[in-house]
Design a protein. Sequence first.
Length: 143
Amino acid sequence: MVYSDTRAWGPVEEPLYDPILGLAGKPDYLIDKGGMLIPVEVKSSRHPETPYDSHIYQLAAYCLLVQNVHGKRPPYGILHYSSGSNNGRTYAIDYTSELESAVRGVLSEMRSQERRREVHRSHEQPARCKGCGYHSTCEESLG
């Protein structure tokens, strides 16, 4: 293990930052495997049958940061769901050129949304809405 973002392992390290993309992030771990840095993201939720798209994009963003900050393209990243049957589940997500392109597209879309004067809620999930940091001030909250 090269890096940890869990306080149980010691002080939290500085986030990875790419000023050109305007992107910062802290994977839970970076593992050095044969000279390649592999980002690891640990989720406390029950493991799904397949990883959630949002988790894959988060992991892909960490791969992109590792690539741009350390100059080494990770071949994959690891998603670990710590809850569920048999003590959770781990997925190795290939960091393909298609996934890199997709996460760059998401980042571009996010940047364009930031420039809009008005952005509408993008879901129909009351629990997700309730957990949002803007819940108390949002005119479109679900309750």
